[in-house]
Design a protein around this ligand. Structure first.
Ligand code: TRP
Length: 329
């Protein structure tokens, strides 16, 4: 049996090339060697207020983009978290074994709660729900960015605590970070990781941006006051542009150097834009196909949920019996 991989993404919309190069592309590759479950974590999204209509359309957009990016629903399961009720069920049981002190240490909670007028208790429990997503499927490998490593460490702690209280129940997952360091920075501020929540129009290249928008955004990207590429001292913005090109083109370092050394920034930006446009084109046309066929996406999401539900329910029953809860015969 292939080891199981699980990862999740919030349906916050506007998936961008940083999400693609940092996560999605890696997920597509993993699906041949592992049994993969990719989860759109809508229950995590509502830990802060979401406009209901917008949330629903973002969930659909995210799912369609997963498929358009190359996640193959025949070999991997694409699921919407809330459509498999066992996620919420297991989260409750794990909540009961998770000390509040562990959760108060989470840096993401501190950062997010500072921005809210009132903080729902779900935001505090956020990492426990994430632990449930992972432990529910006994996933061995969890590919996430380094911003999630504290949550993953907590997942391991919760699994170990449950195992020691109630006997061996959960696989304790490992983290797995992308092998190639595709860390994409903001075009307007190359010292900040490209982010979905950054407001500036010139910050991120969304996966569904049309070609002329992509050209404009790259044309405005921050560089430095030098006229051309100097590998002896690359400004962060220039390095970011080169990294983006290289991650899409998959050129080796030597080819990058000989091609770009001494190139004027204007020309560099044009070439990066055309590379990105060319690579996104097939994804965008698949996205249009997927979303124009009525019922197709819902069918995939239903199949995904149906496929994983027996696994999820088996774990919930096991947890119930370990804890002495009543298991419906
Ligand atoms: N917290 C993750 C993020 O914001 C999303 C997530 C939820 C997740 N459940 C998960 C990631 C399970 C990996 C595994 O990026």
């Amino acid at each position: 049996m292939k080891p199981r991989v699980l990862s999740g993404v919030q349906p916050s919309g506007n998936l961008h090339i940083g999400n693609y190069l940092g996560a999605l592309k890696n997920w597509v590759r993993l699906q041949h060697d592992y049994e993969c479950i990719y989860c759109i974590v809508d229950l995590h999204a509502v830990t802060v207020y979401q406009e209901p209509k917008e949330l629903l359309s973002k969930i659909r957009e995210t799912a369609a983009l997963f498929l358009a990016a190359g996640i193959d629903p025949k070999i991997s399961s694409v699921i919407v978290q809330s459509s498999v009720p066992a996620h919420a069920e297991l989260a409750w049981m794990l909540t009961c074994v998770t000390p509040m002190g562990w959760l108060s240490r989470m840096t993401q909670f501190k950062a997010k709660s500072e921005k809210q007028e009132t903080v729902g208790s779900g935001l505090f429990q956020y990492p426990v729900l994430m632990a449930a997503d992972i432990l529910l499927y006994q996933a061995a490998i969890v590919p996430v960015g380094d911003d999630q490593s504290q949550h993953l460490e907590l997942t391991r702690d919760v699994a170990q605590r449950f195992n020691s209280l109630y006997g061996d129940t959960f696989v304790v997952p490992e983290t797995k970070l992308p092998a190639v360091g595709a860390r994409v920075m903001g075009l307007d501020d190359p010292l900040k990781k490209m982010s979905k929540s950054e407001p500036g129009a010139g910050h991120a290249i969304a996966l569904l941006d049309p070609p002329d928008v992509i050209r404009k955004k790259f044309a405005r990207a921050t560089t430095d006051s030098n006229p051309c590429v100097d590998f002896g001292g690359l400004a962060p913005g220039v390095e970011n542009l080169l990294n983006i090109f290289q991650a899409f083109a998959e050129w080796p370092d030597e080819r990058m150097r000989s091609h770009f050394a001494g190139m004027r920034y204007g020309e560099l930006k044009k070439q990066v834009a055309e590379m990105v446009i060319g690579r996104l084109e097939p994804l965008q046309s698949r996205y249009r196909e997927i979303t124009s066929e009525p019922g197709y996406l819902d069918g995939i999401l239903r199949e995904g949920a149906d496929r994983v539900a027996p696994l999820a329910n088996a774990t919930v029953d096991l947890v119930k019996s370990r804890m002495g809860l009543y298991v419906r015969p």
